[in-house]
Design a protein. Structure first.
Ligand SMILES: Nc1ncnc2c1ncn2[C@@H]1O[C@H](COP(=O)(O)OP(=O)(O)OP(=O)(O)O)[C@@H](O)[C@H]1O
Ligand SMILES: [Mg+2]
Length: 207
């Protein structure tokens, strides 16, 4: 994937987030403060505008622009978390003009570690990490096993479906949703859901 295609994927992320903003906000209204869709939509709209002027062929530069834009526009808990994810992704992609599947694993791993470092959350706390960590592991396994692209996508989609369902079965212990304690049970995590849409967009754009 070249920088130009990375930019197209990010533009597609903006469209998906824009379309799903109300859904994300509704999920956050149930267990948080109802701003997740608004936050994400504002951030990715700014990313989209910013990328219209992006000319670098270095994928790291493109991802760094995204990180800086998200950090300065998203706010809330998810702004710094996604911002750090893209910043770490940018560092992993630095100097690369054409990303292959091994690069993709390095970039994803760096991004997920960034979220873990920034948010100090672990798996099972009802956050975006309950989707991102299983996705990273599934992708690493798929590469190890030498799966085809189609098989890899199928594997990741099914892991994502399980992960989203899993967030409904656990109690939030991080972020605003943790104030609800047991009342957070039965509700789907908004951050895991926005991560689902972002990863889905990447999967849909690789051929
Ligand atoms: N420490 C954390 N680590 C990883 N993800 C987190 C953490 N805290 C919150 N999140 C994610 O952020 C999402 C909420 O994002 P939102 O944009 O609504 O920010 P917010 O309203 O400021 O945050 P919060 O509701 O967490 O106080 C949650 O659904 C969860 O997935
Ligand atoms: Mg919120």
């Amino acid at each position: 994937m070249k920088a130009e295609q990375v930019i197209q994927t990010l533009q597609a992320m903006n469209q998906v987030i824009d379309r799903e903003a109300q859904y994300l906000t509704d999920l956050d209204a149930a267990i948080g403060d109802g701003d997740h869709g608004i936050n994400m939509k504002r951030g990715f709209a700014a990313v989209s505008t910013k990328l219209e002027g992006e000319t670098s062929e270095d994928c790291g530069d493109v991802l760094k622009t995204v990180a800086m834009t998200l950090i300065s526009t998203v706010g809330g808990a998810s702004g710094p978390l996604y911002g750090t994810a893209f910043l770490k992704a940018a560092q992993a992609a630095k100097g690369k003009t054409d990303l292959n599947k091994e690069d993709a694993l390095e970039i994803l791993t760096a991004a997920v570690e960034g979220v873990q470092f920034r948010g100090k959350a672990a798996r099972g706390e009802k956050t975006m990490l309950d989707l991102l960590i299983p996705v990273k592991e599934a992708y690493a396994d798929a590469l190890d096993e030498g799966l085809s692209l189609e098989e890899t996508k199928q594997r990741i989609f099914s892991v994502m479906d399980e992960s989203i369902a899993y967030t409904k079965t656990i109690i939030a212990t991080k972020g605003r949703a943790s104030y609800l304690g047991e009342r957070s049970l039965g509700h789907q995590d908004p951050g895991a859901t926005s991560s689902y849409f972002l990863i889905k967009t990447v999967l849909d754009s690789v051929e």
